[in-house]
Write a protein that binds this ligand. Structure first.
Ligand code: HDE
Length: 672
């Protein structure tokens, strides 16, 4: 039954209380006033960064006890499960911006442990733009839209960002990541996560190790292609949010393994860079990632606002056994998150909101403030006290958080450590580790972004000051497309740290062995007269591998196949587009094929799939669709669909479907 906020049952909410049927509304109408008041205040300030996000509930389980490394209770018992809430996000765009913008993705996890909440507030890239948090407002101002006109939305392709980059060489490494395919994840379920900073693990004996945290998605890490990402932004701006929701709703629970790279405290400077410098990564080939547990996302939020919007992460939410380091970026974050929640969530009591509440009781003398939920009953709201028997008393011994004891000896100064000085060698390492197509995508991205920069002097400065020191070839290739001279002889060349690798294969997303096709979306294009047998056989093989299959036709409603049998249609060409799928198949059936091929929307569907490197299956006479990308027009191998990776054609049988499944398992065929 409907009630007011006071619990009063209301007889109707269709009409306001009026003086006469056609008369004015009365101020007395407390129900109307309450309803409108609540509506007027529905919006809260969006996050200043990471405003656009999607979340899910799940749980974490450690594979074996990590007691030797950390006393954290949730990392001790392989049988115990810890509830977790995760929020994925883009960084730059507003809350309503498109999911597929070129951007860093947030990967924030809140572990509700038996010792209080532990938040791992990470990103999908292992490094960051800046070395010291004091530069964060400058970075974000430069990234966000022009303050005069609020343009462009959710994009780094504008003058101010590249102006900042060109003057801040420490951004070079992260800029390479953001220009790479990593900034265009296929799905939140298919991206890696990183704690970025070096943390500390502390065991029960008080021994500490330095640690880097990783998340490795079980489905592998995969990317979209830029043209596809831009088209999706129009066709389905909720692409990533929908993908996460649909997968969980269908029971295809996303899984990520937690990985750690552990090094002795004394090795902070051993790897040719400073582990306190957040613009550096520890190559996996140097210190392997040990997989220690698994996060499984099992439940969609019940209410977006209450959970995804109101969740408040904080880098300072630590548990005994995990501690921070003196990374100057991390140190600033320790302050920032609490501070921003005060404005965003309207007061200091946000930790009492259901999504933020720890699963353990909270006892302290915090008091009052906007939106207080708890009702403390003690007269003693201070410590020490005698009237409440000194309660709550300070915790001691195991389970009480104790900051790592560290000797600090230095002058008070505003100065960057000399050990943070190399800004380029790891940017070069990253670029050198990319596969050929990934490198091409990176160059294209730089050409696009810098091509949108209006001031030629900024374009030139990026070429000379940032790209040339990273890779002379990349700088030259970009310069040639953006109307500025190639790098002069003035650029700085960074010395590669001796003994450190010059490539790290783990940094590439290229896949050489086909993976599974679970949760991959495949479109089957059909028309009245298409082969129902082909559709059924394709569906069977694809569903057996866990793929999601949708039949797309000119109109909704069942269509008759070539034998007159009804085939259900999931979407029409009006509501579905190639960019929403990982692969496309066209069944045989001459009548159907004639109609399909005559439909420009069907031809465009196949052409886009081709251009975006997707697996394409053309059964029987559907081979004619190879003409949409010009095959057959030229002589030689280039015009032969057989020479095109990821295109399967021939009569539909076991071999055909197996080849299609393998092609989808390669994710994309960049080599076309
Ligand atoms: Fe954040 N960041 N950040 N950040 N960050 C926020 O907190 C900040 C940084 C990250 O889904 C804000 O609640 C500063 C690095 C994620 O709710 C704010 C600095 C990394 C999220 C803030 C950084 C992150 C945030 C905005 C430099 C990767 C979204 C709203 C010192 C390791 C969490 C909020 C969510 C959100 C500040 C740098 C990750 C303003 C000052 C590095 C995933 O507090």
């Amino acid at each position: 039954m409907q009630t007011t906020d006071q619990g009063l049952r209301i007889a109707g909410t269709e009409d306001s209380l009026k003086a006469g049927e056609r008369g004015p509304t009365l101020l007395e109408d407390f129900h109307l006033r309450e309803k409108i008041m609540r509506f007027d205040h529905e919006r809260i300030p969006e996050r200043v960064v990471h405003a656009r996000g999607a979340g899910a509930h799940g749980h974490f389980q450690v594979y074996e006890s990590l007691a030797g490394l950390t006393s954290a209770a949730f990392l001790q018992d392989p049988k115990a499960t810890t509830p977790v809430f995760v929020r994925f996000s883009t960084v730059v765009g507003s809350r309503g911006s498109a999911d597929t913008a070129r951007d860093v993705r947030g990967f924030a996890a809140k572990f509700y442990t038996s010792e209080g909440n532990f938040d791992l507030v990470g990103n999908n890239m292992p490094v960051f733009f800046i070395q010291d948090g004091i530069k964060f407002p400058d970075l974000v101002h430069a990234l966000k839209p022009d303050p005069r006109k609020e343009i462009p939305q959710a994009a780094s392709a504008h003058d101010s960002f590249w102006d900042f980059v060109s003057l801040m060489p420490e951004t070079a490494h992260m800029v390479m990541w953001v220009m790479s395919d990593r900034a265009l994840p296929r799905s939140y379920r298919m991206m890696e996560g990183f704690g970025v900073h070096t943390f500390r693990l502390v065991n029960a004996a008080g021994e500490t190790h330095l640690v880097k945290f990783h998340w490795k998605p079980k489905l592998g890490a995969h990317a979209l292609v830029w043209d596809e990402a831009q088209l999706i932004a129009g066709r389905d701006p909720d692409f990533h949010r929908r993908d996460l929701w649909d997968a969980i709703a269908a029971g295809a629970f996303p899984e990520y393994e937690l990985g750690i790279q552990v090094v002795p405290e004394t090795d902070a400077l051993r790897y040719g860079f400073d582990l306190l410098d957040p613009t550096k990564l520890l190559p996996e080939e140097v210190v392997p990632v040990r997989l220690v547990g698994k996060l499984t996302l099992t439940r969609n939020p019940s209410n977006y606002f209450s959970e995804v919007e109101q969740v408040a992460f904080c880098v300072a939410n630590l548990v005994p056994g995990i501690d921070v380091t003196d990374d100057p970026l991390m140190q600033a974050r320790l302050f920032s998150y609490l501070d921003t929640q005060l404005t965003r969530l309207g007061g200091p009591n946000f930790a009492e909101l259901p999504i933020n509440r720890p699963i353990v009781p909270v006892h302290n003398h915090q008091q009052d403030g906007f939106g207080r939920h708890a009702i403390p009953t003690s007269e003693a709201n201070y410590h020490p006290n005698s009237i409440a028997g000194g309660m709550p008393k300070a915790a001691t011994g195991p389970g009480a958080f104790a900051h790592v004891r560290e000797r600090i000896d230095g002058q008070k100064l505003r100065k960057r450590s000399g050990s943070f000085a190399d800004h380029f060698s790891q940017a070069t390492l990253f670029v050198n580790s990319l596969s050929g197509p990934e490198r091409e995508h990176l160059i294209d991205a730089l050409r696009f972004e810098l091509g949108k920069v209006e001031r030629p002097e900024i374009r030139s400065r990026v070429i000379d000051e940032i790209l040339a020191p990273v890779s002379l070839e990349v700088a030259r290739e970009v310069a040639s497309a953006i109307g500025v001279p190639p790098p002069g002889g003035r650029f700085h060349v960074s010395a590669h740290p001796p003994g450190q690798p010059t490539t790290s294969p783990a940094l590439s997303l290229a896949i050489t062995v086909p993976g599974g096709i679970a949760t991959r979306k495949v479109a089957i294009l059909a028309s009245p007269g298409s082969s129902g047998r082909d559709i059924a056989a394709l569906r069977k093989a694809l569903v057996a591998g866990g793929a999601v299959v949708e039949v797309i036709a000119g109109t909704l409603g069942p269509i008759d196949d070539e034998d007159g049998k009804a085939v259900a249609v999931d979407k029409s060409f009006l509501t579905a587009a190639s960019v929403m799928y990982d692969a496309v198949a066209v069944p045989s059936g001459e009548v159907g094929l004639g109609a399909l091929y005559a439909d420009p929307q069907a031809r465009r569907f196949v052409l886009e799939a081709y251009r975006h490197g997707k697996a394409i299956a053309l059964a029987g006479g559907a081979r004619r669709f190879t003409a949409v990308w010009g095959a057959g027009e030229e002589s030689g191998a280039a015009g032969d669909p057989a020479a095109e990776p990821g295109v399967v054609f021939g009569a539909l049988g076991k071999e055909f479907t197996a080849a299609f499944v393998t092609a989808i398992g390669m994710h994309r065929h960049w080599g076309r």
